[in-house]
Design a protein around this ligand. Structure first.
Ligand code: UDP
Ligand code: MG
Length: 318
């Protein structure tokens, strides 16, 4: 059992890996020598890279016992790669930190995370203090996303990405989620347990290009919403009710126009039916949506609860 594993998902990261390895192994050595941890490892998860990433990982691992690697057979995506590393850590480590290979997130904050962990936190979120290094577009779309997510009832920590420390207990709770569509930053929030936050300034990518183009960002955001909220389904039913109310107004308006002889034949009945039928269809879809939402929650088979502490329970054990 090691104390701390730093899980680093890598997709075509040959340009940054040497520097990342230098930086993270320095950090682990420092944590060990200051007595904050007994032993540490860097776990690279190669997410089906097409460049020399895996050769580099093998080289580092041969030279440094600190470095380990897992190679996924296919590019499964950032979240799945991270999951692979965290699942491994849940079985073999007392805590794990997840961080991106480009070290845009300040690796120095790991020291603060370890302190917070020793102070009793099971999940320590790395939170960006500001987003100067992001483009105007990325900054605003990301912030709009956090707001939308919270408005839809999916809990996420504002300005927190996948840079966090999790204790063994939190890792094992996370591993109990059997779902395939991963949105880790939402899942971790749903775990509960004592949490803490460490603030840092996000830097520019050291080298190489972002592996998250706009298309991946949009599909990630959609994954986040659809994995955590059934509210859009409920909104359909509400829209249906609204349309039915409008159809009542349309009846009043249509009939009064009809009585005044201001209409051509067929107009009144068409106007009223369009609103009423439209509203009824939406309401019916919304009702079906309620059931679909229930099925969706069932098939996820998420754990119902986790016990955080016990008091006086030993009497049950005789
Ligand atoms: N990544 C991955 N698989 C992918 C895409 C990205 O493992 O399919 C990794 C990547 O190597 C990096 C992290 O996910 O360690 C975040 O990617 P990136 O830094 O390019 O995203 P950005 O910071 O631009 O949002
Ligand atoms: Mg990055």
């Amino acid at each position: 059992m090691v104390d701390l594993v730093i899980v680093v998902p890598c997709y075509n990261e040959e340009e940054v890996l040497p520097e990342t390895t230098r930086c993270l192994s320095g950090l682990l050595n420092e944590l060990e020598s200051s007595g904050k941890i007994g032993s540490g490892r860097i776990l690279y998860v190669d997410d089906g890279s097409r460049d020399r990433t895996w050769e580099l990982i093998c080289g580092f691992s041969a030279a440094e016992p600190l470095v380990c690697g897992l190679k996924l057979s296919h590019n499964s995506g950032h979240q799945q790669a991270l999951w692979a590393g965290l699942e491994w850590a849940a079985a073999h480590a007392a805590a794990a930190v997840s961080i991106d290979a480009d070290l845009q997130d300040d690796a120095r904050s790991v020291v603060g995370m370890v302190d917070a962990w020793h102070g009793g936190a099971d999940v320590v979120y790395g939170v960006r203090r500001e987003r100067k290094s992001d483009t105007f577009f990325k900054r605003h779309t990301a912030q709009a996303f956090y707001r939308l997510m919270n408005a839809l009832g999916g809990e996420v920590v504002y300005n927190h990405a996948d840079f966090r420390l999790m204790s063994r207990r939190a890792l094992q709770a996370l591993a109990a989620y059997p779902e395939r569509n991963l949105f880790l930053r939402g899942m971790v929030c749903a775990l509960g347990f004592p949490t803490a936050k460490v603030y840092y300034d996000r830097k520019e990518r050291m080298a190489g290009e972002s592996k998250y183009p706009l298309s991946k960002m949009v599909s990630f955001a959609l994954d986040g919403i659809t994995s955590f909220s059934v509210r859009p389904l409920r909104y359909i039913a509400m829209l249906g009710l609204l349309f039915i109310l409008i159809s009542v107004a349309a009846i009043v308006y249509g009939v009064s126009m009809h009585c005044r002889g201001n209409t051509i034949p067929g107009w009144t009945s068409l106007l009223v039916s369009v609103w009423f039928i439209g509203g009824s269809i939406l309401l019916a879809l919304g009702i079906i949506g309620e059931y679909v939402g229930k099925i969706y929650k069932e098939v996820k088979r998420r754990p119902r609860y986790f016990v955080e502490a016990e008091a006086g329970m030993s009497s049950f054990r005789g």
